[in-house]
Every structure is written in C-alpha cells, then in structure tokens.
Design a protein around this ligand. Structure first.
Ligand SMILES: [Zn+2]
Length: 177
C-alpha cells in the first residue's frame, strides 16, 4: 500500500510540474521567474531519466531547459540538452529552433554560470546541474528536496530566532518560518 502511495505521489508531482512546462510552451506570457522554469525543467529531467510517464514530453522538457539554460548562462547544460534533443524525434514545429540552437550554442563557453551551481547543504560540495544518478548529491548521495512553491532546493533552518514563544507558561509553541 505504501509503495502504491509513493508511486502515485511521484506521478502527481511530475504531472504538476509538467503543467508549468506545458503552459510555458503554449502561452505567450508567463508569470514565473526564469529560474523557476529552469528548476522545474531540471526537476523533470532528473525525474524522467528512466521512465517517462504517458502525457509527459521529454522533447518539451529538454527544449525548455535548453532555452532557459542559455538565457541564464548555463551553457554546459544547454549543450547537454541539445545533444539529447538531437537523439530524439523532434516535432516539425521545433525542428528549426533545435537545429539552430544546437549550432549557436557551440559559440558559447563550455561552462555553467557559477550562481546556478547547486550546493549540497550536508557536505558543502558543489554539484553539477545534471546528475545522471538523480536528485542526489554526487559526493554524499543526500537527496535534494525541491520546494514546490519556487522549485528551488531548500533546507529548513532551525535557529533560536525562528522560535516564537507564545504565553509565559507555554513551552511547546514554536513556529518555524
Ligand atoms: Zn553532499
């Protein structure tokens, strides 16, 4: 029963995240930040390395990630996306932009913007933007937990200043941010 729950929860997360990618490709405007789209596409890319659920398009994920990576300066990841895209069957509507993108990305430096590099909060090591093993640290294998509000990777902080004591006799009312 728990396995089934975990399976359906993962599927629900994937479809929820892919909804934003679909909207980004179909709608002319988006209210999301470029970094959010970038992180959503990264989350989906990591989650669909083995199995792609029905209705989720790997071509759309990779084309959005390639576009956002280029815009944010993650040229190494953009090259990886274009290389992956060229191995897939691309719809005619995307063919020209993918071919042009895969050529023009060669003029960019083979590196990623340092501001985007994820850091592991457990062992403080820098991680690549794509890890073929999944959403885990390459050094200590600690899973990255994505926040579904911003699609960044976050850690709950537990500082004394985050506790708010309520009443003089109450000892267990602690509110975290
Ligand atoms: Zn680590």
């Amino acid at each position: 029963m728990l396995e089934k729950f975990h399976h359906f929860q993962c599927q629900a997360e994937l479809y929820y995240a892919f909804h934003f990618i679909q909207r980004f490709t179909d709608d002319p405007f988006t209210s999301l930040l470029p970094e959010s789209i970038f992180n959503i596409a990264r989350f989906l890319l990591h989650s669909t390395t083995k199995v792609v659920p029905p209705g989720i398009s790997k071509v759309k994920i990779l084309s959005v990630l390639a576009k956002q990576s280029r815009a944010l300066g993650a040229y190494k990841l953009a090259r990886f996306c274009y290389d992956q895209l060229l191995t897939l069957q691309i719809p005619p509507a995307l063919q020209d932009s993918v071919e042009l993108g895969s050529l023009t990305i060669l003029s960019k430096p083979f590196k990623d913007n340092d501001d985007l590099i994820p850091m592991c909060y457990r062992c403080s090591s820098n991680n690549p933007l794509f890890n073929s093993q999944g959403h885990v640290c390459v050094n200590c294998h600690q899973p990255f937990v994505y926040s579904f509000s911003s699609f960044g990777w976050e850690r709950k902080k537990l500082w004394p200043s985050d506790f708010h004591w309520v009443g003089s006799g109450s000892r267990n009312m602690a509110a975290l941010e």
